[in-house]
Design a binder for this molecule. Structure first.
Ligand code: H79
Length: 428
């Protein structure tokens, strides 16, 4: 009996026990799934070096060397209203921003240590407070990305798989570190108004540690029951989580190799990706995805019943580079015309196919044809629908019903190279 109790204790130590989401949390989950498209922002003192957010680890920098960055970080051109307006113009409905990345540097006014933007930089202001106020003003929801992995805090010990060059002395107290992190989360969920959720990352650095998720997730849910908890641990969801994310992959796919132990659960889903190949500002990364690729990504995500969280890494000045701004604006133009087939939908009745995906709401099914090479497109039979039209123009689309399928005949010159959206009305 004693042994069994110990085993049970070890299991529950990592998950919130018997979690029943509050009614307002369930409402947030619906809101999240209806709103589909968010802006991810990776911004920190690493942007000064322009080599991405992993530079401390990748360049084997010690804590002492890395501490020379904050005095050089002075984003006087940061304008919260502009960032929020840019996200809205892109058709995005929420923002997820790094409150702390793996370098441990708090981009907000924390009182838990002076390793933060107010105490260590010449800027001396709290950009997250300005952003939160502006999000509330402009009707955009705000999530905080908070790294559980920390390359700076001396109590992040024993070390995990990364951050070995930091030069921290051995012997820190991991529970003290978790107290520190919980206290920061308490600040984030107390001082910034309504927060839509917390996006954790970095647990994979120490997969076998006791992360006290029960305590951390319980704290978040007690402070703001509507706030959604998710963690990029690449595993199937733990008790106490409210959504599940997939980094650089559609749910169930594993092109990155991160998701081999993941399983698609029953929670709302989200996939995130970068515009070039970097999360944090990288001045030499010019491999930009085209607007077409990015639009097709959001469409495929919706067809896979998932949200799309698209990243920008702003510059140390606080400005966003023009290549990102242009793509976001073009995505917004597409969303303004075709948003009805994305917002408020769930994955459609036909599973994702090589040619595209389907989405649906209570009245309509939307067929998104992304890659249409053949003369006709054969769909499995769609029961309970009548006639098909083109989204936007309302032009009728010719169908031919076969015994086991519906053929769509549509002149190739009228197909849209990005997404031909065909609407089927559901028969009530
Ligand atoms: O915040 C962005 C990245 O900095 C962060 N997640 C996104 C959203 C990220 N961290 N790591 N990665 C992305 C790549 C993951 C690499 C891993 Fe591993 C492979 C983690 C575990 C296996 C490399 C090898 C790091 C630890 C062992």
């Amino acid at each position: 009996m004693k042994r069994l109790t110990l085993v049970l204790a070890a299991c529950v130590a990592s998950a919130q026990q018997h979690y029943t989401p509050a009614p307002e949390n369930l409402k947030s989950r619906e809101w999240f799934q209806d709103n589909k498209f968010g802006l991810f922002i990776h911004w920190g003192v690493y942007s000064v070096l322009g080599k991405g957010e992993w530079v401390m680890n990748n360049d084997n920098m010690t804590v002492a060397e890395y501490e020379k960055l904050p005095p050089r970080f002075n984003p006087t051109e940061f304008n919260a209203a502009e960032w929020v307006a840019m996200a809205k113009d892109a058709g995005m409905k929420y923002i997820t921003i790094t409150s702390k990345h793996h370098d441990g540097f708090a981009m907000f006014a924390t009182r838990q240590s002076d390793w933060n933007i107010v105490d260590r930089t010449p800027y001396r202001q709290d950009p997250l407070k300005m952003l939160a106020d502006e999000c509330h003003r402009q009707g955009i929801k705000l999530f905080f990305y908070h790294s559980q992995l920390d390359w700076h805090n001396p109590d992040y010990y024993p070390l995990g798989r990364t951050g070995h060059a930091s030069g921290r002395p051995p012997g820190g107290d991991f529970n003290k570190y978790l107290d520190y992190m919980d206290n920061q989360l308490r600040e984030l969920l107390t001082n910034y108004g309504e927060i839509a959720g917390i996006w954790f990352d970095g647990m994979w650095d120490k997969p076998d540690a006791n992360w006290r998720l029960d305590r951390t997730y319980g704290l978040i849910h007690s402070l703001q029951p509507a706030a959604m908890v998710g963690s990029n641990h690449h595993l199937k969801p733990f008790e106490g989580e409210d959504f599940q994310m997939f980094e650089k992959d559609l749910p169930g796919k594993n092109t990155t190799g991160f998701s081999d132990k993941s399983e698609v659960g029953a929670l709302p889903l989200e996939t995130c990706d970068t515009i070039n190949n970097s999360w944090g500002y990288n001045s030499s990364d010019h491999k930009y995805k085209s607007t077409k690729e990015l639009i097709q990504y959001v469409v495929k995500a919706a067809g896979n019943n998932a949200n799309f969280l698209l990243n920008i890494g702003p510059m140390p000045s606080g400005k966003v580079q023009p290549e990102f701004v242009a793509r976001l604006h073009e995505m917004g133009e597409w969303m303004r015309k075709n948003g009805e087939s994305i917002y408020g939908t769930r994955g459609g009745p036909v599973t994702p196919r090589p040619w595209g995906v389907t989405t649906q709401n209570k009245d309509k099914i939307f067929l998104h044809v992304l890659d249409w090479k053949d003369k006709v497109l054969a769909l499995p039979k769609l029961p309970g629908v009548r006639g098909a039209t083109l989204l936007g123009s309302g032009q009728p689309v010719q169908l031919r019903k076969e015994p086991n399928s519906t053929l769509i005949l549509f002149p190739s010159e009228e197909r849209d190279p990005i997404d031909t959206v065909i609407v089927f009305e559901k028969v009530k």
